[in-house]
Design a protein around this ligand. Structure first.
Ligand code: BYC
Length: 314
């Protein structure tokens, strides 16, 4: 019986028919999606912290308004994604609990500090750029609610990427100190951005099944290579450099070659030992505790309204 269901399920996937929450699905498919979508949602929410750090220090009102809007977009992305994960049978409280107790991961990139205004540019260009590379294919992921959420997320991400590039472009055309600030920022964010795509394919335990189920449409290394190829061209417009002496066009492969990634650093950050892991988790736990009165008030109000409606109907 289970075998028949599995066959029908895989058939649908192969024919590009979306899987919807009430359809039969293998338990492992459900669990993989809960893991990926909730970790994606957590990344959006934790990702607000490094940029939120600069809202009060943006250099002018226009920059402040743009950054504020961008950080608010990220809150929205988190909410679409939590909602998509909820359709798989996990509650939002449970997902928060997994984040706060360190059981669920979030993107390694957000454990690095934002030290200068140029970091808002580098995050937009590189971090959002990497995010788009990874997320555009997710608009065609096999689970309907995730795919639909990603369509809207991607529209906003492309605005984020452009605003970041524009910050760097402005700095790169500025005075020596501004150019230096932009270069320093690219130097610090380049390698962590390359790591965002996850471990190498032969060390990525989830890729094989996720490709079979079309949760992922490209492997980690495929997306990483596409990203390097795009950035290696865009940096020329900035007149700055990517901090990789081995970055070089390879005519035969039709791609840029790049230097070795420090996987030890990646796993240290993923395992909680990055420069800001502790601070980020503490900020999220504090937000949860500080928001207790809001949750209580909202529940009390909902209960009162339910009561009022029941009484009115009686
Ligand atoms: N950081 O088998 P693998 C954003 C974990 S939001 C931490 O390749 P998978 C933005 C992985 O979870 C960016 N952990 O896994 C927001 C797994 O551990 P578990 C977030 C990582 O899932 C605000 C283990 O390593 N984007 O851009 O097949 C402002 C083995 O990996 C990382 C998404 O979440 C990492 N970088 O592939 C600005 C996109 N990489 O879970 C920007 C959706 C890997 O088994 N997610 N791990 O304990 C995905 O596409 C996939 O989950 C990944 C990893 C490509 C990230």
């Amino acid at each position: 019986m289970e075998k028949d269901f599995e066959k029908i399920f895989q058939d649908k996937i192969d024919r590009e028919v979306r899987i919807e929450p009430r359809d039969w699905m293998p338990e492992k498919y459900r669990q993989t999606l809960i893991r990926q979508i909730s970790q994606h949602a957590h990344s959006e929410i934790v990702g607000m912290l490094p940029e939120g750090n600069w809202i009060t220090r943006a250099p002018n009102l226009r920059r402040k308004a743009i950054l504020l809007a961008k950080v608010q977009d990220e809150a929205g992305h988190g909410l679409y994604l939590y909602s998509a994960a909820e359709t798989l049978g996990i509650s939002r409280d449970e997902m928060y609990h997994q984040l706060h107790t360190g059981k669920a991961k979030y993107s390694s990139i957000f454990n690095y500090p934002t030290l200068s205004w140029a970091d808002m540019g580098a995050i937009g260009w590189l971090v959002d750029g990497a995010a788009i590379m990874n997320q555009v294919p997710l608009c065609r992921t096999s689970f309907g609610p995730y795919a639909r959420a990603m369509v809207r997320v991607c529209k906003e991400e492309s605005f984020h990427q452009r605003q970041g590039f524009e910050i760097l472009l402005t700095l790169s055309r500025g005075n020596e100190a501004q150019k230096k600030m932009a270069q320093d920022s690219i130097d610090r964010w380049w390698w962590p951005s390359i790591m965002m795509f996850g471990p190498k394919d032969d060390e990525s335990p989830n890729t094989q099944l996720s490709m079979k189920w079309k949760i992922k449409r490209f492997t980690n290394d495929e997306l990483r290579q596409k990203f390097v190829d795009v950035c290696a061209e865009q940096i020329k417009i900035l007149g700055l450099t990517i901090p990789d002496p081995e970055l070089k066009w390879n005519e035969e492969r039709g791609h840029y070659d790049f230097g070795p990634i420090n996987w030890d650093e990646f796993w240290q950050v993923v395992q909680g030992n990055g420069p800001c892991n502790k601070e980020r988790l503490e900020a999220r736990r504090k937000a949860w505790d500080d928001g207790a009165w809001v949750r209580e008030a909202a529940s009390a109000y909902a209960a009162k309204r339910k009561n009022d409606t029941t009484e009115a109907a009686a």
